[in-house]
Write a protein that binds this ligand. Structure first.
Ligand code: HEC
Ligand code: HEC
Length: 323
C-alpha cells in the first residue's frame, strides 16, 4: 500500500503535470516577462467554518438565509427577482466564489474582523452594510435593498459567521485576489480577445453576454460585459483585480493551486474584457485623496502625469516608481 506521503507526492505531481498540459506545455509563469515577482504570501491559511455546524435556531436560520441570498442573489433581487427588482441578474457568488469561502476568489474571511473600516475609495468609515451596498451599486449595477431589512441583515449574519475565527488585523493568505506581477508592456486587448475566444467564449458567450438559466431568473454563466454586467465603477473594472481573479479561478475549475492561464494571458484577457462596453457609474467622488488612488483605477485625475489609458492597461512599472 502507498504511504500517505507518497500518495500526496503523486497527487501533487499529477496536478502540476495537468497545469502544464492545460497551458500548452508551458509552465504557468514565464519570469522573463515581468519586472517584479509576486508578493510572498506566508500568512496563515484560512478555511471557512463547516456550514453543517450552523446552529438549528433563529440565528442559524439568518446565517443560512444570508448564504442563500449571496449564492442566488438574482433569484431574489434580479430583473425577475421574487423580492424586488434591484440588480442586474448576477449573484454575489459569481465573484465571491463558493459563498466567499475560497482563497484568492474575493472571500469574506476578514470582513467581520476589519469592518467598520475606512474606505479609501469613499474617504469614509464603512460598516459592512455599506460595503454590501457598494457591491449592489457597482458589481450588480443596481440598487441595494434596505440595509436594515431582513435580507441585508442575513447577509451580514453569514459574513460574520464565516469570519468568526479571524482576529482584527490578522494577516490571512488569499484575501481579495492575487496581485499579479506587472508586465513590462501594456496589457493587450487584441491578444486577450484570442484567449477569450479560445477559453472563455464557450460559457460567457461570444458577446460576453453570459447564458441565462432556463427560468430566466438567473444566469448559468454570468455576463462579462454589456448591459447586464458589472459597471465601470466596480472593483472588477480595475484590470489588476480582474486579472488576478481570472488567473486563479477561470476557466471555471482553475484554482490558485492549478491555474490554467499564464500571468500574461490573464492580464491580456482582462484587458480585452474591460475594453468592452458596460454600464457607466458616476465615480467622480471616488478616491478623492489622489495619493491613495490605485494605479489601475482608469479614471483621472491622478497624482502622476500618466494617461488614463496607461492607468487602465499599463505598463504599470514606471508609474509605481514615480509615485
Ligand atoms: C462582479 C464581481 C462582484 C460581484 C458580483 C460582487 N462583488 Fe463584492 N467585491 C468584488 C471585488 C472585486 C471586491 C474587492 C475585493 C477585496 O478588496 O476584497 C469586493 C468586495 C466586497 C466586500 C468587501 C471585502 C473585503 O474584504 O473588504 C464585501 C463585503 C462584498 N464585496 C460583498 C458583496 C455582496 C454582498 C455582493 C452581492 C450583493 C457582491 N459583493 C457582489 C466583486 C464583486
Ligand atoms: C466552463 C464554463 C466557464 C468558462 C470556460 C469560463 N468561465 Fe468564467 N465563470 C463561469 C461561472 C459558472 C462563473 C460564476 C461562478 C459562480 O457563480 O460560482 C464565472 C465567473 C466569472 C467571472 C466573475 C463574474 C462576472 O461575470 O464578472 C469572471 C470575470 C469570469 N468568469 C471570467 C472568465 C474568463 C476571463 C474566462 C476565460 C479565461 C472564463 N471566465 C471562462 C464559467 C466559466
Amino acid at each position: 500500500m502507498l504511504s500517505r506521503y507518497t500518495t500526496l507526492l503523486l497527487i501533487t505531481g499529477i496536478f502540476t503535470l495537468l497545469a502544464i498540459a492545460c497551458n500548452n506545455g508551458k509552465p504557468a509563469t514565464d519570469k522573463t516577462q515581468y519586472v517584479s515577482k509576486p508578493a510572498k504570501v506566508s500568512a496563515q491559511t484560512w478555511s471557512a467554518p463547516d456550514s453543517n455546524a450552523i446552529h438549528n435556531d433563529k440565528s442559524g436560520d439568518m446565517i443560512r438565509y444570508g448564504k442563500e441570498l449571496l449564492a442566488h442573489t438574482a433569484e431574489y433581487f434580479g430583473p425577475n427577482g421574487t423580492i424586488a427588482h434591484l440588480s442586474n441578474g448576477m449573484n454575489c457568488q459569481n465573484c465571491h466564489l463558493e459563498g466567499g469561502s475560497r482563497l484568492f476568489a474575493n472571500n469574506y474571511s476578514v470582513v467581520a474582523a476589519s469592518y467598520p473600516k475606512l474606505s479609501f475609495r469613499s474617504g469614509k468609515m464603512q460598516p459592512i452594510s455599506q460595503r454590501i451596498t457598494d457591491c449592489f451599486n457597482r458589481s450588480l449595477a443596481g440598487k441595494a435593498p434596505d440595509t436594515n431589512g431582513r435580507e441585508v441583515q442575513a447577509m451580514i449574519a453569514y459574513i460574520k459567521w464565516i469570519g468568526q475565527g479571524v482576529k482584527k488585523g490578522e494577516k490571512i493568505k488569499g484575501t481579495a485576489s492575487e496581485k499579479l506581477p506587472f508586465l513590462t508592456v501594456a496589457a493587450d486587448p487584441v491578444k486577450g480577445q484570442v484567449i477569450y475566444m479560445a477559453k472563455c467564449k464557450v460559457c460567457h458567450g461570444v458577446n460576453g453576454e453570459g447564458l441565462p438559466a432556463v427560468d430566466k431568473r438567473a444566469y448559468t454563466y454570468p455576463p462579462l460585459w454589456g448591459p447586464n454586467s458589472y459597471n465601470d465603477g466596480a472593483g472588477m473594472y480595475r484590470i489588476g483585480n480582474l486579472a488576478g481573479f481570472v488567473k486563479n479561478n477561470m476557466p471555471f475549475g482553475a484554482t490558485y493551486k492549478s491555474p490554467q492561464l499564464s500571468n500574461e494571458e490573464a492580464w491580456n484577457v482582462a484587458a480585452f474584457i474591460n475594453s468592452q462596453p458596460r454600464p457607466h457609474y458616476d465615480q467622480h467622488k471616488d478616491w478623492n485623496d489622489l495619493k491613495n488612488k490605485p494605479i489601475d483605477f482608469p479614471f483621472g485625475p491622478y497624482a502622476d502625469g500618466f494617461s488614463e489609458k496607461q492607468h487602465k492597461y499599463g505598463p504599470f512599472g514606471p508609474m509605481k516608481k514615480k509615485v
